[in-house]
Design a protein around this ligand. Structure first.
Ligand SMILES: [Fe+2]
Ligand SMILES: [Fe+2]
Length: 191
């Protein structure tokens, strides 16, 4: 995960999320470019954790800001959350699948397609609107919140968890803690 530090130029939330999208697509590509099943498993686990951190941070801070500041923001967010839900369902199937199972790469392909579509949507629709309706200070402030949220977020897909700010801010940190503990015990590559 790319970390922006205080000494560099201030990255705003759109820069951070766009970089995340690129990294996700790169990880999906890496899974396809190796035939080593151990490596496929590790990279898939890394990808799943990256997507979870990104999606939860968006749902905690970015989508509420879209709802608040952008005309028809609520509908945009509704659409985005539906797509997050599909992505989580496929990631759960991928988590449950052995890397040498013939269905594994099908699920990777499906996930890659959903991620690519969702990233294109955000980068062509929501992000430009954020840039025009929020000040650069607001965008930088949101970026900081997103980076903080990612540290606490779950690293595993939880298909029954709601995609809500309230859920993430109440129960989410506990879920994330349990996930990271399980990752450590199982040697799961989630960083
Ligand atoms: Fe999203
Ligand atoms: Fe995103």
């Amino acid at each position: 995960m790319t970390q922006y530090n205080a000494s560099g130029p201030a990255a705003d939330v759109v820069d951070i999320l766009t970089t995340d999208h690129k990294e996700m697509m790169e990880l999906a590509g890496q899974i396809k470019h190796t035939s080593d099943t151990g490596q496929r498993r590790d990279t898939a686990d890394t990808l799943i954790a990256e997507v979870m951190r990104h999606a939860v941070a968006e749902e905690m801070y970015v989508y509420p800001a879209i709802e608040k500041h952008i005309p028809n923001g609520t509908e945009e967010v509704e659409h985005d959350k539906k797509e997050h839900d599909e992505i989580v369902q496929v990631m759960k199937q991928l988590e449950d699948c052995e890397a040498d199972d013939p269905g594994f790469m099908e699920r990777v392909d499906k996930l890659e397609g959903l991620l690519s579509h969702h990233a294109d949507d955000e980068e062509s629709q929501q992000f430009p609107k954020m840039r025009s309706h929020l000040s650069s200070e607001q965008l930088i402030e949101l970026g900081k919140k997103v980076e903080e949220a990612k540290k606490m977020a779950p690293t595993r897909p939880h298909p029954s968890a709601p995609h809500s700010e309230l859920f993430h801010k109440s129960v989410g940190a506990g879920v994330g803690m349990v996930d990271r503990l399980r990752d450590k015990l199982n040697g799961r590559k989630t960083n």
